[in-house]
Design a protein around this ligand. Sequence first.
Ligand code: SF4
Length: 211
Amino acid sequence: MFNTDTTIVAGPESEPLDGLIETILSQQSPIVPTQRMADALRQAFPNWNQALLAGPDVIQVVLAGARGNLTKAKAGYIHRVLGRLLAERGDLSLNFLRTYSAADARQWLLTLPGVGPKTASCVLLFNLQLPAMPVDTHVLRIALRLRLVAENTKPSDVETWFEQQLPQQWESHYEFHLNAIVHGQTTCKAQHPKCADCVLNDCCPSSNLSG
Ligand code: SF4
């Protein structure tokens, strides 16, 4: 999900399509309304085939009833994803991507409506256990303050930088991502970073930010 503050990785037995749909719901949405929309969808459509049959207008009504955002766009994306999966794979599941490499799975996900680089990275990391580095606000801020990347580097290029530096295992990416979020929430905060207490103080070019 985009709001990674409370993201819990899904196990290998879970359906990655559920993760993709939750990630679409989380676009430009805080965690609480995202969860409301996800819960409302599950209640209205116990399986995704029912959502496909209901159509985008009914999906939108469900999302709007949960006081979600961008409901028309998100309902359209979800319905088109489901339609595409049924037409191309004959199955409303993304489990087939578990046999793909991270690069191939990303390429396939990026062909879906409503799926950009960040959504694809979230699904790879949290739902498919494949190496990826979703660049959220904390990861981006830390990369910029440590000057790992140049100012104004696009988030997708920041992600590429991390993927080139980290070992190509899922665990490395997942642990780094979670640690970066905790560091960004507790120490390298957007406002008033605690540089004096930071373990990176000696090597960080921005270590005087806390004054
Ligand atoms: S020294 Fe300050 S700016 Fe640098 S990583 Fe630590 S908290 Fe962030």
